[in-house]
Design a protein around this ligand. Sequence first.
Ligand SMILES: [Zn+2]
Ligand SMILES: [Zn+2]
Length: 331
Amino acid sequence: MSSCSFKPTAELLQARNSRLSDAPIVSSLGPEPWKSPWWKTAKGDRATFYYIVAIHILAAIGLVFFPTPGWKVIVASVALGWLGGLGTTVCYHRALAHTALRLHPVVKHALIFFAMFNGSGSPDSWTANHRQHHSKVETVDDISSPAIGGFWWAHLRWLWQAGNVPLNRWCPDLNKPEYRFWNRIQVPMLAVSLFGGLAFGWPAFFWLGAMRLVASLHAQCFVNSIAHMRENREHGEDSSQNIGWLGPIQFLQGENWHQNHHASPSSARFGWKFWQIDVGWYSIFMLELVGLATSVKRPSRRESAVISVVTPQVIAPQVIAPQVVAFDTPA
Ligand SMILES: [Zn+2]
Ligand SMILES: [Zn+2]
């Protein structure tokens, strides 16, 4: 991909150095971990790297030996992936990271279960990484920015090379037993997720496990990579973009309307036009109808009007200012 040639400008690096005290992400690979070879892991992230390598190898084997596993296995794999995607977008992203809605505790923890089972990690680390992304977007402090390390850095490599975002800085509101509980069971949950299908035979082992996890991983990672690789933009413009073709890959759950989202991060609704299908929003709307979602925030008329009249190349900078505060947690 041509955009892999992005390089951080001297201006960006200088800005980063002047603000290091505000962005204490420390990678054992050094201050510019994106310059390390892709296989080097930051301290504490080796297991993540091996996990990602392992599921890719297993998924490739499964695709070769069991390309047609039968409709039951396919339906079960898609259902698990669909629920996991919904857990990530509705609970992790919209409810926890951006506090765009409140979920009934039973719904919230059910969605956390499916998100973790789908390989999205624990709710606090996901939230911390994501809040850091919004707060530092378009700077080299953005932990997953393609502008500093190119496509593969933003898509995958930051997961095992960028170091850890400090949780106490970015999500003190999630420092509660109800969320810490999930951290403790993450490894056994992933083990069941990856190997549990074996109980139903070899095709189910590969499809319900590694193949589902790989597909779900890349569907999510496209939001960090290509949804932030809008080309031909003016200096200082936001890099986020809406990508229609990404919708079906993400079960039409709305994460592909990323430009809308950056324009109004605190909104629970990502698809703003009737044709911008956003199943995550439809789910929230129905949960709200039956009282299981409350305090649901919507984009203001001004925000949705601005984003609907500009072309992707001409974004009003005051609407998509990098400094926009995307969450309601104490700094
Ligand atoms: Zn983004
Ligand atoms: Zn967000």
